[in-house]
Write a protein of this length. Sequence first.
Length: 212
Amino acid sequence: MKILVIADTVHDLVYSPTAAERFKDIDLVLSCGDVSFDYLEFVVSALNKPLFFVFGNHAECQVRLDGSIKLTPEGCRNIHRRVVSFRGVLIAGLEGSMRYRSGDHQYTDWQMRLMVCKMLPRLLWNRLFHGRALDILVTHAPPRGIHDAEDRCHRGFAAFLWLIDHFPPRYLVHGHTHLYRQDAPRVAKRGATTVINSYGYQIIEIEPPAKR
């Protein structure tokens, strides 16, 4: 299975009239946040594939021409605090960044730990019935000490480290940390989990698990 992951910025190769041809072998799109509703709706329309997303710390609602409020991009599925299955691949999502000012989609590490704990029943169920808890974790912020920074806004969540250590997904994909150099590190490992900074876009491939 081939998955397109987008985050933080509009990439010319994705937001393109040729996107459908360039990404014709994509099975699923994941968004790690801080991209506009218009961008997500373009991607899901152009590729005609399912799109799962979490909000970033800059997420805002969208005002329609008639004055009504759009709270979520059309044709896309918010997986914040959810664990879902797509063709047998187990995917979970956690939105937002470390709290650094007033506003939505920002959390203390303690709040994030509570959200992780609320997913535990499903993770334990997955481990019991599927032999593993999770395949892909989609977040906006990175884990603490991996691709993060020391300023409060860009500090990663220690709660993600706990989740990786106890319920290791094959991949954790995140955004939030902008990359401005070609040689900036995108990929790290913690135990069995590959952590990928998906700023702009990345493509990951994952084999759907064999049926038990």
